[in-house]
Design a protein around this ligand. Structure first.
Ligand SMILES: Nc1ncnc2c1ncn2[C@@H]1O[C@H](COP(=O)(O)OP(=O)(O)OP(=O)(O)O)[C@@H](O)[C@H]1O
Length: 701
């Protein structure tokens, strides 16, 4: 029988695996970390804010409640005996005692719910704050390795999980449940020790069968939850790229992709549902079987000598105990089984995700508290810098997934050979084989690549090679070069998004590795090619750059003039609300040029010492670009700001003090526009190329 059940499961498993072979997952999920119960407890406890009054109250309540639970069946038995013996005085006394005990219990229970709720909320807020601070402390590499939706998920679900685990209710309720279970068992023992033995044996036997079913359900649920993560990721990707989907008219393609995923997951849900129904049925049936066994025993052992109403009451109490007996049997079976990871699996996984988040140390320490006034003056030195991008976890996971698939393929080949040899015994061998392949996938594969270990599969090429240059304070410099030559990488290194592999970057002669990252970031104003705006009004976005709200109306007007915002925001027809106009999600209600100007204003509000414009005017039309350029030139003339411009359109940088021409991460030429032209080198070629291209365009028009 057991073999049949096993082979039914293994057949299902094989079908399931076969159906999933064609499911190409675009997103690779990190291995889940499942901590032990003790680890989880140790981790959770750090968030516990101890409120002694609260603990004392809850302790009293649960002690009292446990006492009532223990004593109640005995009082009711007393009442019955009093009725039988016609001792009405005692009967009245027992009934009043019982009612008072229950009444106090209800009042305490009401107060307890209130106290517990407050405790839960406080803990949840505390956990939220800690997780958020932890996320803020991560460096850029971390966010390249993690999906934002998954982080948001961890933040939301993790908080409620920990808060729930830590609410005193949970801790004491478990204690309370244990006392109740023991007291009920004692009551049955009090009636007859044989009754207790029968009760425990039948409970354990039925629970063992149900446990097997639950294991299967949990495994399926785990697989489904992994699929759901991929599904969430794809939905997120689709929504983020909705404009692309609309432009390419690929709605049907995407909806088919989702439909296929839903169909596959529906199949799994159906399997889970079927198994759950069987398990419910078994649970119900086993409970009834236990009851019948016990009733029979009562009639044959106690019933013959005891009055009928005492037997009836015993049966009622035993039915109640039945429920607790099942619980106890289930927990014990789970603990003694070799599958401890299935014990409170969901909760532990939640804890595991948060623990991983806390364990991962940020490569570059991120200090979020700093002195606003402490800024660099703006002198920059790159001294023999080399750099290559670190290997991302995603590419590592993808490579490892490939290795695992290769292993699985070899494994399958071996299995097929085995199967053809042992055709007679095919069901049993397929069962073992599928188990084997699953275990092999999970066990540590020595071939799997590890992060931070050099491996030819991941050798990245150097993007920056022995780069040295100096930018004086207040200088206006530009970086030019072909796409992919490393211009933006230099900017990222200057902001210490990544650490250099060798050499050093100095600001005011201080290595940026040795100074606070807060000071560095507050000294630099940065405008990227595609600025990201907050879903709020224009003013909020502009003033976002000012940390301590230390600005006046004039400051706002000044940066609006400088960045060319005044020009469009004063148009009362199109912007009736002026600076209070909402920009929409990601600034979608504004044109590319308008967004760009807001980003420039935001960077200027920060009062930086170094302003970096990375292709910042590329999305502006010729007229707007010219206007913004004039403002940039004015800023540069003032000389109190070091200005670094990355530009493709060379016309925008002719006025710069120095131009660096890059090729493969190396400076090939440097000097002013005129100096470089007279060199007759790469820069001149680039200029000629652009002039030629523009003239060609004009002719076509
Ligand atoms: N986060 C990253 N991880 C891995 N490689 C990267 C990353 N960012 C950029 N690269 C690679 O580094 C190289 C230099 O990129 P970079 O953005 O610095 O070029 P660029 O000169 O600014 O190009 P463009 O003018 O097109 O913006 C490119 O080959 C690019 O693919």
């Amino acid at each position: 029988m057991l073999d049949k059940i096993k082979s039914f499961f293994s057949q299902n498993k094989k079908n399931y695996e076969r159906k999933n072979e064609n499911n190409n997952q675009t997103h690779v999920k990190e291995e889940e970390y499942v901590p032990s119960v003790f680890e989880t407890l140790k981790f959770n406890i750090q968030f516990l804010k101890i409120d002694y009054l609260n603990i004392v109250f809850r302790n009293i309540y649960y002690m009292y409640d446990s006492y009532v639970r223990v004593i109640s069946p005995f009082i009711l038995l007393e009442v019955k005996n009093a009725i039988i013996e016609s001792d009405f005085q005692n009967m009245k006394y027992q009934i009043v005692k019982f009612m008072i005990l229950q009444f106090i219990s209800q009042i305490l229970s009401f107060l307890d719910t209130k106290v517990n709720y407050n405790q839960y909320q406080e803990t949840e807020q505390q956990v939220q704050k800690s997780i958020l601070e932890n996320i803020f402390s991560k460096d850029v590499q971390f966010f390249e390795d993690h999906k934002i939706t998954q982080l948001a998920d961890t933040l939301k679900q993790g908080c409620s999980y920990i808060a729930n685990e830590l609410s005193y209710g949970q801790i004491f309720q478990k204690f309370n449940l244990a006392i109740t279970m023991i007291s009920r068992m004692y009551f049955i023992y009090y009636l007859s020790p044989y009754l207790l033995i029968n009760f425990l044996v039948t409970c354990f036997f039925s629970q063992a069968i149900i446990f097997l079913l639950i294991l299967k359900i949990e495994k399926l649920q785990e697989k489904q939850s992994k699929k759901n993560d991929v599904f969430d990721f794809i939905i997120d990707d689709i929504l983020n790229n909705i404009a692309v989907i609309k432009t390419f008219g690929t709605e049907l393609k995407e909806s088919n992709r989702i439909k296929n995923m839903i169909l596959k997951s529906e199949e799994e849900s159906r399997q889970i549902n079927d198994l759950q129904q069987v398990s419910h049925l078994m649970r119900y049936a086993s409970s009834e079987i236990v009851n019948v066994c016990l009733i029979l025993q009562i009639f044959f052992q106690i019933g013959l000598s005891a009055p009928i109403n005492q037997v009836a009451q015993s049966i009622t109490d035993i039915f109640q105990a039945n429920h607790y007996g099942f619980k106890l049997a289930n927990e014990i079976i789970r603990l003694i089984s070799n599958k401890p990871e299935n014990y409170y699996l969901d909760g532990k996984k939640q804890a595991g995700k948060i623990m991983q988040l806390f364990k991962q140390q940020s490569g570059i320490p991120q200090d979020i508290y700093y002195d606003e006034k402490d800024k660099f003056s703006g002198e920059i030195i790159f001294d023999n810098v080399t750099f290559k991008y670190p290997v991302s976890k995603d590419s590592l996971a993808k490579a490892n997934q490939k290795l695992q698939q290769e292993d699985k393929f070899i494994e399958k080949k071996e299995q097929d050979q085995l199967l053809s040899k042992e055709q007679d015994d095919s069901q049993n061998s397929s069962d073992q084989d599928s188990d084997l392949s699953d275990q092999n996938l999970q066990k540590e594969n020595p071939k799997l690549l590890e992060l931070n270990k050099s491996n030819s599969a991941f050798e990245r090429e150097y993007i920056i090679n022995n780069l040295s240059f100096k930018i004086k304070q207040g200088q206006y410099v530009a970086f030019v070069g072909k796409s992919g030559c490393g211009k933006s990488t230099i900017i990222k290194l200057l902001q210490r998004n990544y650490d250099v592999n060798s050499g050093s970057i100095l600001l005011d002669n201080q290595n940026i590795r040795d100074c606070s990252i807060g000071k560095l970031r507050r000294s630099i104003g940065f405008v990227s090619q595609e600025p990201s705006l907050f879903d709020n009004d224009i003013e909020y976005n502009i003033t976002y750059g000012s940390i301590d709200s230390d600005y006046t109306e004039e400051d706002i007007q000044k940066v609006c003039e400088m960045s060319g915002i005044s020009e469009f925001v004063n148009d009362k027809n199109r912007f009736p609300k002026g600076l209070k106009t909402l920009v929409g999600s990601k600034g979608m209600k504004l044109s590319g040029g308008q967004k760009q100007r807001i980003a420039i204003a935001r960077a200027l509000m920060k009062k930086p010492k170094i302003l970096i414009l990375d292709e910042a005017t590329s999305s502006l039309d010729a007229e707007s670009e010219n206007q913004v350029q004039q403002q940039i030139d004015k800023l540069a003339q003032k000389g109190d700001l070091t200005l670094i411009v990355v530009a493709h359109r060379l016309s925008t940088i002719v006025k710069s003090d120095k131009i660096f021409l890059l090729k493969h991460g190396e400076i090939k030429e440097e000097g002013t526009h005129q100096e470089l032209l007279s060199k007759n080198g790469l820069y001149k070629k680039l200029v000629h190329h652009q002039i030629h291209f523009q003239e060609k365009l004009k002719l076509q028009i």
